[in-house]
Design a protein around this ligand. Structure first.
Ligand SMILES: Nc1ncnc2c1ncn2[C@@H]1O[C@H](COP(=O)(O)OP(=O)(O)OP(=O)(O)O)[C@@H](O)[C@H]1O
Ligand SMILES: [Mg+2]
Length: 293
């Protein structure tokens, strides 16, 4: 676990993030964390975050302090994203990325700060109220399908949540028309799908829930490249064709930043860097720490 990487950066061209290089050139987790923390010295202020928003912000977080039990994980965190924009959070393991999504959806203890959607304060709403009243849906990291129902029935459930079964069936047909992988399995029990197929089902269910804001945690985790592309295709459809606002966490920083309009680098519960996704993708420090060279 002891890093061989020099602290003065003389071998910077050889250092890699997250195990893409040979053993001797890999930056240790501690190194990534320490160098990522150095980024926070120049953290963006509220004005800088709002400058990335296209039009009026739809979702805003101001000065959020939140965590689990009494433990504070997010410290004075702010975020802003416009209607029909996408925002991707990247950063080291344990930085608090999932906790940001948990906080928006109502799974954390909030000690200070506020969360607003379309100008309405939703800080204290329960997850159920968030879906119904504020139109927020959360695609969980794992297993939100109903294993004993068929693929088709699982898609319809997305609509029942919003009390519109007829619309749900129409939307399900649109999903099947587009994704043969699901169409060929429409009568199959969801519990028997492969991991990748299940993920496609989970994400395409969001096409049927019709939320305004979609929270997505690590959509590509554990998927082979073809499935990753399909998942991002669905997300693009959700944003561009269906006009949804997407806030996502993605460990595959390259894919996430290529996709998202706005990128945030989260370090130790704070936003250390922010910029247009395409710009962060080109940033040498982001490249070195999170893109594997
Ligand atoms: N339910 C929980 N109860 C207590 N602590 C938690 C809980 N969930 C997360 N934490 C802690 O909060 C911190 C931030 O976790 P979080 O899951 O937000 O990180 P992350 O950035 O999403 O990391 P990863 O990339 O590994 O998914 C971690 O130290 C974690 O141990
Ligand atoms: Mg996480």
């Amino acid at each position: 676990m002891t890093p061989e990487t020099p602290k003065d950066g003389t071998k910077a061209d050889k250092t890699r993030g997250y195990g893409h290089g040979g053993v001797e050139t890999v930056m240790s987790v501690d190194d990534v964390t320490r160098q990522a923390q150095a980024l926070a010295a120049d953290a963006p202020d509220r004005a800088a975050l709002h400058a990335l928003v296209d039009g009026e912000p739809l979702v805003t977080i101001e000065g959020l302090r939140a965590g689990y039990g009494k433990m504070e994980i997010l410290h004075d965190l702010s975020l802003a994203v416009g209607r029909q924009q996408s925002l991707c959070l990247i950063g080291p393991n344990g930085a608090g990325k999932s906790t940001v999504l948990h906080s928006i959806f109502g799974f954390t203890n909030i000690f200070a700060g506020s969360i607003t959607i379309g100008g309405t304060d939703v800080t204290r709403l329960s997850p159920n109220q968030k879906l119904k009243a504020a139109g927020i849906a959360y695609i969980l990291q794992d297993n939100s399908v109903f294993p004993d129902m068929t693929v088709e029935e699982n898609l319809w459930m997305g609509g029942f949540l919003r009390d519109r079964p007829a619309k749900a069936r129409e939307a399900a047909e649109r999903v099947f028309a587009k994704y043969s992988r699901l169409r060929e399995r429409r009568g199959q029990r969801a519990g028997t799908l492969s991991g990748g197929e299940r993920r496609l089902l989970e994400i395409s269910r969001a096409l049927i829930m019709e939320p305004e804001v979609l929270l997505v945690d690590e959509p590509s985790i554990g998927l082979e490249p073809r499935f990753i592309d399909m998942v991002f295709e669905i997300l693009e459809d959700l944003q561009k064709a269906e006009g949804k606002t997407i806030i996502m966490v993605e460990q595959n920083a390259k894919k996430g930043l290529e996709f998202a309009d706005i990128g945030y680098v989260l370090v130790s519960g704070e936003v250390a860097m922010a910029g247009p996704g395409a710009q962060l993708l080109e940033d040498p420090q982001v490249g070195r720490l999170f893109l594997g060279g």
